[in-house]
Write a protein that binds this ligand. Structure first.
Ligand code: NAI
Length: 247
């Protein structure tokens, strides 16, 4: 039987990039899919693009807004009757050295990543507890949160915060068989990294044991593992998917 037969997964920021690859991987294991994105049209288009008909819907949601998250959970349970997997993936960058970083740039990144992941984890775990059938929440962090990257004081802080949030939440909701884990990607080929300066990319590649960038699908496989019963005794964990970078 498929790993996620009859289960429902909602993924934030999944109209493109890593989020869309996660949607594809979970859909291939027969999950119902909710593509949530701040860009509603793109979310609906991406849901149709999965090619699984009524097993996928697209919903517009800004993860930094509690009301949007509540609406997303409501739309999910209305369409499919349950919420079993929730992936906090939506993300932005506003890179600059501290000398040039404005308060708005700091707040925007903390708002989407840290506040958004907290809102998503809180709402999803409450929905899962109410269903009384457990669930899996997966939060996408970044190697930037482990080592700190130049020009990313906002992003590194948010991504490190996601690790602490994941562990604290795992302790709170474990009794209800709701598992909360994090995936920490390294340098992955997506629209987010396309615009990276070539010299910076070259320098980062030298730090990677496998000597190449990762693919979105390789992050999706780790998420699939954490979403499924293959990881039934894993919670509060951080899985690094970095090709061996900063081990
Ligand atoms: P991306 O830029 O390709 O896709 C991000 C998606 O999130 C877009 O569809 C965008 O519309 C959506 N989004 C942005 N703000 C949103 C909001 N407030 N509410 C809802 N949706 C919103 O990015 P990518 O590369 O796919 O990144 C996905 C996640 O992986 C992010 O959390 C990112 O920080 C993380 N990550 C990415 C790495 C990489 O090398 N690409 C490395 C480490 C972590």
């Amino acid at each position: 039987m498929a790993l996620l037969e009859g289960r429902t997964a909602a993924i934030t920021g999944s109209a493109q990039g890593i989020g869309y690859s996660i949607a594809q991987a979970l859909a291939a294991e027969r999950a119902n899919i909710v593509i949530a994105d701040i860009n509603e049209d793109a979310a609906k288009e991406a849901a149709a693009g999965l090619g699984i008909g009524e097993r996928a819907i697209g919903v517009g949601a800004n993860v930094a807004e509690g009301a949007d998250i509540d609406n997303l959970i409501g739309a999910t349970t209305e369409a499919f009757g349950s919420l079993d997997v929730f992936v906090n993936n939506a993300g932005i960058t506003r890179d600059a050295t501290m000398r040039k970083m404005t308060e708005d740039m700091f707040d925007a990144v903390i708002g989407v990543h840290l506040r958004g992941t907290w809102l998503g984890t809180r709402a999803a775990s409450q929905a899962m507890r109410a269903q009384d059938s457990g669930g899996s929440i997966i939060n996408i962090s970044s190697i930037s949160g482990k080592v700190g990257l130049l020009g990313q004081t906002n992003y590194s802080a948010a991504k490190a915060g996601i690790v602490g949030l994941t562990k604290a939440a795992a302790k709170e909701v474990g009794f209800a068989d709701v598992r909360v884990n994090s995936v920490m990607p390294g340098l992955i080929r997506t629209p987010m990294t396309e615009s990276m300066r070539e010299d910076i990319k070259e320098a980062r590649l030298k730090e990677i044991a496998l000597g190449r960038m990762g693919e979105s699908a390789e992050i999706a496989q780790a998420v699939l593992f954490l979403a499924s019963d293959m990881s039934s005794y894993i919670t509060g964990a951080v899985i690094e998917v970095t090709g061996g970078r900063h081990m």
